[in-house]
Design a protein around this ligand. Structure first.
Ligand code: ZN
Length: 120
C-alpha cells in the first residue's frame, strides 16, 4: 500500500491517520479542532491552536508527540475524505496562511502555486 511507502507525501499520512482513527478519537479530534478556530467576517476560519506555526504563518497540528502536520492539510482532508493528491500543494485562495476553511483551499501543483505567489 502506498501509505507504507517510506517518505510518502504527508497528505497520504494525514489520510491514513484519520482513516485508522476509532470513531471516539476522531470525534475528540474534530471537537479539539473546532475549539481552536476563529471565524472571521471575511469567511476565513483561522486556526489559533498552539501546535506552532512556521515562518510563513502556516499553523500546525500535532499528530503524535514528534510529528506535526499543517492544520490546513488536516481540514482539507477531513472535508474532502481523500488524501491530498500526490505531488500537489494546498493553496490558500484567500492568501491567509492561518486559514483552514476548506472552501478557501484547493490542491495545486507546486509550479502553479509558485506562479500564483509570484504573479498574484
Ligand atoms: Zn480563508
Amino acid at each position: 500500500m502506498a501509505a507504507k511507502r517510506r517518505g510518502a507525501y504527508n497528505g497520504q499520512i494525514i489520510y491514513e491517520w484519520l482513516r485508522q482513527m476509532v470513531r471516539k478519537d476522531k470525534e475528540r479530534l474534530i471537537a479539539r479542532l473546532s475549539n481552536a478556530v476563529i471565524h472571521t467576517p471575511s469567511g476565513c476560519i483561522l486556526y489559533k491552536h498552539t501546535g506552532g506555526q512556521t515562518s510563513k504563518g502556516y499553523r500546525r497540528v500535532s499528530v503524535t508527540s514528534e510529528y506535526k502536520v499543517y492544520a490546513h492539510h488536516v481540514f482539507w482532508t477531513l472535508a474532502n475524505c481523500r488524501p491530498i493528491p500526490d505531488g500537489m500543494e494546498i493553496d490558500h485562495e484567500c492568501n491567509t496562511p492561518a486559514c483552514v476553511n476548506p472552501k478557501h483551499l484547493r490542491p495545486l501543483t507546486p509550479e502553479a502555486n509558485t506562479d500564483r505567489r509570484n504573479y498574484g
